[in-house]
Ligand binder design. Structure first.
Ligand code: HEM
Length: 530
């Protein structure tokens, strides 16, 4: 009897939560009341006083057509602040003059982490962190040690390709390219994070991949509930339960490595192969940690969170590049020749940091592919936490979400002539022309601005200011090395050997995220003798 009563209670709880869930799903679709700055709202009937129904429709359209709405708003209101409707309420798009002012504002007034918590429902998914340990280490140690980590990264690329892209030279092998690249990048990034201890540990590598996927799925699921129901609803969302398992894996894998390293450090690293501390992110974090950051369990969870920032972001690029190159195969030989010249210029034939810089055509293609397919349509996203007045008197009310319409800017004909034309050598040609005119003499900044990893007003795919992606130079090198390996060792094509950009697998737009097509198949064949 007691058991029966208990079972009934369980069922009542489940049914009640489903009913509450669906009622509140509709309710939570209504954004909170918002205070507005003096700026027009794009994509509605009246930019100052839109009718309720039209505004609500525009907010919903943002889920699947953010790209069109942001381009329309930018075209109409470029150079001034304007709002784009979104399911969370209207987001304020700001012009470059305000970006310059806001980039140095106090972090508690112009909050970067809050946007992340909001986008990925950090309270439930654990995505995002206010710790500055990993950005600090990425900004300093990762960049300072770049030359040293490229050899192990290249070694890992070779091993990872053998496992995840085992094509033969006899037949074309069809591969779901996005999956393969995510797995390869997860291994390669893990090598930089913690050496072969992490990159060869399948449990860890899988946890880093799935942590991000479950975070994304969990965030979308929990967003359907109003705030007060979320703590209860979270218990019934499988993706959120899995996130706990990924954290447990991180603790299980990383804490023992840190203990071993602590012992080794005490003995002056006398038993290690090199007699020195390992040159990897984990060790740099141990060395840079202060106060509570020194806890091993803290470092383990930060390492997992860093994998979220590093893996799916970087994996998007080779997938998008492969889609473009399959459509425009006439560029493949040109890139192979450039790689061969760069190898010849290096004394060892290896592509070290200096030789990678010589791959200017590849860098140009990477930037052009990113211009058309950036991972995020809006960057420099921040939440203004207090009423904020800019130097020209423009007032932004507290709780406003601001951002820069990065993708729309990248299609501005005044910045990028003929912007709709995909030109793989666009940035290479600009650089060549500037060089010929002597404009690059003693002007490293001008050349740097054209590089894939640069962050400036015209190119903000990596954000801007104090929170601009500190991993972007590593990402640039990693993506280049993966592309070099692919170009040297494989032939690739779309099924049926179709070419032309009209056959390109389309990216998927989900609100501000612009993701490489996850279903597309590319056929690979090992090049003879490789
Ligand atoms: C192509 C690959 C990547 C893209 C497109 C990308 C993009 C971004 C963007 C848009 C931001 C926010 C910047 C802002 O709002 O101003 C960011 C922040 C960040 N990224 Fe990346 N990222 C990539 C790869 C990486 C890698 C490989 C790492 C680590 C090794 C990394 C670590 C970080 C960290 C730690 C932050 C937060 C910075 C802070 O809190 O100040 N990212 N990234």
């Amino acid at each position: 009897m007691e058991q029966w009563v208990q079972a009934s209670y369980t069922w009542i709880a489940v049914v009640a939560s489903i009913l509450l869930g669906s009622v509140f799903t509709a309710w939570s679709a209504i954004p909170k009341r918002q205070a507005y700055a003096d700026a027009p709202i794009a994509c509605v009937d009246d930019p100052k006083r839109p009718s309720k129904g039209v505004l609500q429709k525009a907010r919903e359209s943002f889920r699947t057509d953010a790209i069109g709405m942001l381009q329309e708003g930018y075209r109409q209101y470029k150079g001034q602040p304007w709002y784009v409707p979104s399911p969370l309420g209207e987001r304020l798009m700001i012009p470059s003059k305000y970006v310059e002012e806001l980039k140095n504002a106090p972090v508690d007034e112009v909050d970067f982490v809050a946007t992340f918590f909001e986008m990925f429902e950090g309270r439930y998914t654990t995505m995002g962190s206010r710790s500055t340990l990993h950005p600090r280490v990425a900004k300093h140690e990762l960049n300072q040690n770049m030359a040293m980590i490229l050899d192990p990264v290249m070694e890992e690329i070779k091993d990872a390709f053998d496992v995840h892209l085992p094509a033969t030279d006899a037949d074309w092998t069809p591969v779901h390219v996005h999956d393969a690249v995510v797995n390869i990048v997860a291994r390669v990034s893990s090598r930089m994070f913690g050496g072969t201890d992490l990159s060869t540990n399948k449990e860890w590598v899988d946890a880093t991949i799935n942590f991000a996927l479950d975070g994304f799925i969990g965030a979308q699921a929990i967003k359907k509930y109003p705030h007060f129901v979320r703590p209860l609803a979270a218990k019934f969302i499988p993706a959120l339960t899995k996130i706990k398992e990924h954290h447990a894996t991180a603790q299980r894998v990383i804490v023992p490595i840190l203990r071993e390293r602590e012992k080794a450090a005490k003995s002056g690293w006398s038993n290690s192969d090199t007699g020195k501390p390992p040159a990897d992110f984990l060790q740099w974090m141990v060395d840079a940690a202060v106060g509570e950051e020194t806890e091993k369990s803290f470092i383990a969870q930060i390492q997992l969170k860093l994998s979220f920032a590093a893996i799916h972001t970087s994996a998007a690029a080779p997938a998008q590049l492969l889609y473009d190159l399959c459509c425009l195969p006439q560029y493949i030989q040109e890139l192979r020749s450039e790689i061969s010249d760069a190898r010849n210029s290096s004394s060892t034939g290896d592509l070290d940091k200096r030789a990678l810089l010589k791959l200017e055509k590849l860098d140009s293609l990477m930037k052009e592919t990113q211009r058309f397919n950036p991972l995020l349509l809006i960057t420099f996203e921040r939440i203004i936490t207090k009423n904020y007045t800019l130097s020209d008197g423009f007032r932004i009310p507290a709780n406003t979400q601001i951002g820069v319409p990065t993708q729309a800017i990248s299609m501005d004909p005044e910045i990028y002539p003929n912007p709709e034309k995909f030109d793989p050598l666009r940035f290479y040609k600009i650089k060549q022309a500037m060089e010929a005119e002597g404009k690059l003499k003693n002007n490293a900044a001008a050349a740097g601005k054209l590089a894939f990893a640069s962050s400036n007003h015209e190119s903000m795919a990596f954000g801007y200011g104090r929170h601009a992606c500190p991993g972007r130079w590593f990402a640039g090198n990693e993506i280049k090395m993966i592309m070099v390996y692919l170009l040297e060792n494989y032939d690739f094509r779309l099924p049926g050997a179709k070419t032309g950009l009209e056959n390109r697998p389309p990216s998927l737009c989900y609100e501000t995220q612009y993701l490489p097509n996850p279903e597309a198949v590319i056929e690979f064949r090992r090049r003879k003798g490789n």
